[in-house]
Write a protein that binds this ligand. Sequence first.
Ligand code: NAP
Length: 278
Amino acid sequence: MSTSNSSAKRIWITGAGSGIGRSLALLYAAQGHKVIISGRTLDKLQHVADEFSAAPTNPAAGASGNAGNIVPLVFDVTDAQSVEQTTTQLSHYTDYLDLVILSAGTCEYLRRGYLDPALFKRVLDTNFFGLINSINAALPLLQKAPRRPHLAGVCSLAAFIGFPRAEAYGASKAAAQYLLHSVRTDYTDLMDVTVINPGFVTTPMTAANDFPMPFEMKADEAAKRISSALNNRPLEFNFPRRLTATLRLAQLFKRTWYKRISRKPGASGSAKEIAGDE
Ligand SMILES: NC(=O)c1ccc[n+]([C@@H]2O[C@H](COP(=O)([O-])OP(=O)(O)OC[C@H]3O[C@@H](n4cnc5c(N)ncnc54)[C@H](OP(=O)(O)O)[C@@H]3O)[C@@H](O)[C@H]2O)c1
């Protein structure tokens, strides 16, 4: 990546082979930024990079004079051993990072009858320890940014309150939120930190969901909202607003929420009863 254009940001996005991360990568590259994308599967990452190269020139990029690009870099966020190597690989492409968006994640729901520790470990390894490994990989390059850098982590509105079968996923996202808020306090001299809490977004992750997903939106729309919100570097960005408001109310009226959301044995359980449809 060339260092010649000062308005083009250097961005690293994890979990960018699909879903929200992919849409964010394509959006930022189309705006003329230099984007390094990570995930475990090179084919998926390469496909996103090729998709961008094949797209017609974006008018926004043309206007700013920046030519964005996307570079794939395989990184399994659960692999603590590869953190140092990943920093080195990142530094082959860029001397510094302006913006890091940690979107890699996984979701597994529990079955009634057994709180499967192996499932908890898988989910926590990716959604919580993966965040730690990613932050460690990014820190040396964030520290070299010529302007104040920005770290953002994709958590979830699911962490606002208890949902059926989401013991592992919700706990991992609640832990991720706390981690990021706490990192903010220790690195306030270095960077801004944003916790992103999406509601339901149509991605491969939600494709298997067997329950209604109120206010669900497309990944491209989610990416637009996230990138626009990140411009203001908020402490937290919760969206969509109606689902956020519903869950805030649920936090105030917990007894009502749990009475309505709790599963009868055999039922699939969903937030529909309280949140309603779009
Ligand atoms: N979709 C929703 O409704 C929703 C709502 C709230 C929050 N979120 C959060 O948004 C983030 C993005 O999810 P998504 O909906 O866009 O799902 P997605 O399309 O499944 O994207 C997740 C990405 O993470 C990557 N990934 C998974 N495990 C990884 C690992 N160990 N190391 C590196 N990369 C890994 C996957 O690629 P590989 O398999 O190739 O590694 C995949 O591309 C996640 O953190 C998710 O929890 C999603």
